[in-house]
Ligand binder design. Structure first.
Ligand code: ACM
Ligand code: ZN
Length: 549
């Protein structure tokens, strides 16, 4: 009887490894790699608990790829892989340097003896491992058992991204997301080969970044007495707050760096500033009541920082000085959106500034602010990004525009040779509804962006070949007025992030787009989301043949 049971177990594991080989996820990779060439149908490579990693230990930027491979091995085989600097025989994952590849590109090759990963950079090696992670059948992550081996057909994958900028923005001010949640978001971005995390840190509803020179920003500005309910219908009466200490930020920046994600911090200037104004009322204009409160409502407050007084510029520069020391990113985002300039109209200081500088109106005063802040950043080796409103009073040639009110801002920027990131609300706002099946949905900000709409984004629409050069990439955004739990955050983020990720990595032309094929791959990818414990929306076929998972 015992013998029979053992034979059955052996048969079961043998069967499992065959199943796993058959189920290698090659056709459903998302983002889709540039090129896959299959090898001899009768040859294969077997990955198992004894496979070694071979790499040059002096190449520090390979560490993230090696660590990621180890995380996969622990998940599947229950232990890390052995490491060598040279291959001794077969059964290795070998990292190789290849100077002829693009910056984030890679070649991932399965031979009968080894897996070979070639890249010019650590990022390329990391993305090769991400591809490998998805080729591994999802059952391997779902069934954590020992004795597993994975058999891959021989093949060669050559890949590299279309856009250098593949971003995601998270609003951490309307609702605050703890360090653990931010790390989970970074893991999700890494799996989608996204490389920018735009961190929205300051708002009317809360200031979320510790600034040593201005401690009241977090002591007062990070808290609100209560939060509105519904669509600004009532108040919940519950105090709300939270902020990232500088040590939290350093930890998160490091975590992101290990996934080749650059964090772009956003400090809103000059609007969306009630968090700061509540802490330091002297930042406000003359003639305002000065009795500012971190806002419990959603919407756009008409309060704004005063652009007439030097003390405001000193504040902005002090804050950005600390921000620059925390974030190595070349780009710093200064917001600039939805800044009602009415307070400036009646403020003697702002009007004096307008007159003294020969400005024509308040829009030009906002440009004056942007130009001074940009110079401050440039003098310190950094560059400015702002939402598309910064175009309104004229913008410097070196500023980068983030187009959100549709694509018009990005198009206007590219036409005047300013770099732009395409993030139109119509396709990239993941806080919009993803389904028309509303009774089961939690209240959303509004809008309607199903998965197929997100995938239909064409960042080059209406641009000539020459103008297209100024589109640095694409970005998905998640504003969190109506999103208050990590479960809900993930539900809104996935699977639509995969659409923007695929546009960022592959950017298929409108003729090349295979929408049904993409949706099928996104659905397959969602099995990995399940295996990794990530929540997601099940509305793959909205507007199509079938609603639901
Ligand atoms: C924005 O959605 N206000 C950039
Ligand atoms: Zn003023």
């Amino acid at each position: 009887m015992l013998k029979k049971t053992v034979s059955l177990i052996i048969l079961f594991f043998a069967g499992l490894s065959t199943v796993l080989a058959q189920n290698c996820n090659i056709d459903n990779l998302l983002p889709r790699p540039d090129k896959i060439v299959m090898g001899n149908a009768n040859s294969s490579f077997e990955l198992n608990a004894e496979t070694n990693i071979v790499y040059d230990w002096n190449k520090k930027d390979l560490t993230p790829a090696v660590k990621e491979l180890d995380r996969i091995a622990v998940e599947i085989f229950g232990k890390k892989m052995k490491k060598n600097t040279k291959a001794h025989g077969a059964n290795n994952v070998i990292f190789k340097y290849n100077s002829s590849l693009a910056d984030e590109g890679y070649i991932l090759e399965f031979t009968p003896e080894n897996i070979l990963i070639s890249s010019k950079t650590g990022a390329g090696a990391f993305y090769a491992v991400q591809t490998l992670k998805q080729i591994i059948p999802v059952q391997a992550y779902e069934t954590p058992i020992d004795l597993k081996k994975l058999t891959f057909p021989t093949m060669k994958i050559s890949d590299n991204p279309h856009f250098a900028y593949r971003g995601f923005m998270l609003d951490c001010s309307r609702h605050f997301w703890d360090v653990k949640t931010i790390k989970k978001v970074l893991d999700i971005l890494a799996m989608h080969k996204m490389n920018r995390f735009h961190w929205h840190l300051t708002e009317d509803q809360g200031w979320r970044i510790e600034i040593k020179k201005y401690p009241l920003l977090t002591k007062i500005g990070s808290k609100r007495e209560q939060t509105t309910t519904g669509r600004n219908e009532g108040m919940d009466g519950i105090p709300y707050g939270g902020y990232y200490s500088q040590s939290d930020i350093k930890e998160i920046v490091r975590y992101a760096q290990e996934r080749f994600i650059t964090i772009i911090p956003e400090i809103e200037i000059p609007g969306h500033s009630l968090g700061a104004l509540s802490a330091y009322p002297w930042l406000g204009c003359e003639g305002t009541a000065g009795n500012y409160k971190t806002w419990p409502n959603w919407g756009v407050s008409n309060q704004i920082a005063c652009a007439g007084r030097e003390s405001t510029f000193k504040f902005w520069e002090d804050v950005l000085g600390e921000v620059i020391r925390l974030f190595p990113s070349e780009y710093i985002h200064i917001g600039g959106d939805e800044a009602p300039r009415d307070m400036w109209k009646s403020c003697p200081d702002c009007q004096k500034r307008i007159k003294e500088n020969g400005l024509n109106n308040e829009a030009e005063l906002q440009s004056y602010v942007n130009n001074r802040i940009e110079k401050f950043l440039n003098d310190r080796g950094r560059k400015l990004i702002g939402w598309d409103e910064i175009l309104e009073g004229g913008v410097s040639q070196s500023a980068t525009i983030m187009s959100w009110r549709g694509a018009d801002g990005g198009i206007a920027a590219a036409k005047k040779s300013n770099y732009a990131i395409m993030s139109p609300d119509s396709h990239c706002y993941l806080n919009f509804y993803q389904t028309t099946d509303r009774p089961d949905e939690l209240l959303c900000i509004g809008g309607y962006t199903p998965l197929r709409k997100a995938y239909s984004l064409d960042p080059y629409d209406k641009l000539s070949k020459d103008e297209q050069k100024y589109i640095m990439g694409v970005q998905a955004n998640l504003w969190t007025e109506y999103i208050s739990t990590p479960m809900q955050l993930e539900y809104m983020l996935l699977p639509r992030l995969s659409a923007i990720a695929e546009i960022g990595w592959c950017n298929p032309s409108p003729e090349e787009k295979d929408i049904e094929g993409f949706i099928g791959r996104a659905k397959e990818l969602s099995r990995y989301y399940c295996a990794f414990g990530w929540n997601f929306g099940r509305h793959f076929y909205e507007d199509g043949v079938q609603i639901g998972w």
